[in-house]
Design a protein around this ligand. Structure first.
Ligand SMILES: [Zn+2]
Ligand SMILES: [Zn+2]
Length: 348
């Protein structure tokens, strides 16, 4: 039995390297050589700083990393689609497969005891190899890099789902509050889906600069006291027909809603915390459809992969820093500061 390097997160803002046996794929499973494994805001919020999660976000001390992308190196019995050498994105939750949510492709919503998210309840992508269920692996086109794939496995999928929920099209303007990796993804995909202008807000000057430099937003607005006026000016007081909060901050959620036009659509994607607002004034009297959107479905992730190929878009554009697995501590420290773009662990 050979061994592999891996990383677990003890929950006190440290990263612990461990050595594990390389797993062998059982029925319906494949073994992936990890190529890219990105760090998500959820990893920081609910695991790295402190183990805060409950239920689907309860971290079980497994190998971390829920945004894995790799290449199939071994195939277990009864696999139906994949073979050695295939490059795959991993949808980051394995479900029971037979409940209503699983059957509709939203494995994220499965509540069966069999449900396990990679990097939360079963070993994830911060290791040389990952044991994955074949049904959670989605083949990638040649145009996509492994880093592109890792970003699709959670963040871009999440942003895409929110835009689908809002039915964003060329008829829409789009406000994105929170320009972390998911917000940058929402801006990039919103543009490809035809929306414009696209305006983004953030409290971090670095993130505003990154969104502007990458050309993902038409206007970047600092999320401060004056932002309300500036946002109102940009739409002639009308508001944006669609908005998505990717920050999870209550001020930004209120800003997204307040700057949504009458009859507009707003989605909350950024996790954690609370929000409080005048429901009649900000929502009911403006006829606003407010959506909560959590991750995406396997089917929509597969669609997104096809679209990215068609649009020739590269999620990896929003990556600012890459580290080897042995530098995972530095990768997490940087991601925790909240002013970088996407941080990714890559493998040879
Ligand atoms: Zn994630
Ligand atoms: Zn299920």
């Amino acid at each position: 039995m050979s061994t592999m390097a891996a990383v677990v997160l003890p929950g006190d803002s440290t990263v612990r390297p461990v050595v594990k046996d390389v797993p062998e794929p059982g029925p319906g499973q494949v073994l992936l050589a990890m190529k890219a494994s990105s760090i998500c805001g959820s990893d920081i919020r609910a695991i790295y700083r402190e183990h805060l999660g409950h239920g689907p976000e309860a971290y079980q001390g497994v190998v971390a990393g829920h945004e894995p992308c790799g290449q199939v190196v071994a195939v277990g019995p009864d696999c139906r689609r994949l073979s050695e050498g295939d490059r795959v994105v991993v949808y980051h939750i394995s479900g029971c497969g037979v409940c209503e949510q699983c059957r509709s492709g939203y494995l994220i919503g499965c509540t069966d005891p069999f449900r396990a998210a990679y990097g939360w309840q079963r070993d994830g992508g911060h290791a040389d190899y990952l044991l994955a269920e074949e049904v959670t692996c989605l083949p990638m086109p040649d145009s996509m890099s492994y880093v592109d794939g890792a970003l699709v496995s959670c963040g871009f999928g999440t942003a895409y789902e929110a835009l689908l929920r809002l039915q964003v099209s060329g008829l829409d303007s789009l406000l994105v509050t929170g320009l972390g990796p998911v917000g940058l993804a929402a801006a990039m995909l919103g543009r490809a889906m035809g929306a414009g202008p696209i305006v983004g807000t953030d409290v971090s000057a670095e993130r505003l600069a990154l969104a502007t430099t990458l050309g993902l937003v038409d206007v970047a607005v600092a999320g401060d006291e004056e932002s309300a006026e500036r946002l109102a000016e940009l739409t002639g007081g009308r508001g944006f027909s669609t908005s998505v909060d990717c920050s999870g901050s209550s001020a930004a959620r209120r800003s997204a809603l307040a700057n949504t036009a009458t009859w507009g659509r707003c989605a909350f994607v950024g996790e954690g915390g609370t929000v409080d607002f005048d429901v009649s004034q900000m929502m009911i009297h403006k006829q606003i459809a407010l959506h909560g959107s959590w991750v995406t479905s396997v089917g929509h992730m597969e669609d997104l992969i096809r679209h990215l190929d068609r649009w020739q878009l590269h999620p990896s554009d929003i990556v600012t820093d890459t580290f080897g697995l042995e530098e995972a501590d530095r990768a997490y420290e940087l991601a925790d500061r909240g002013n970088s773009g996407k941080v990714v662990i890559t493998f040879p």
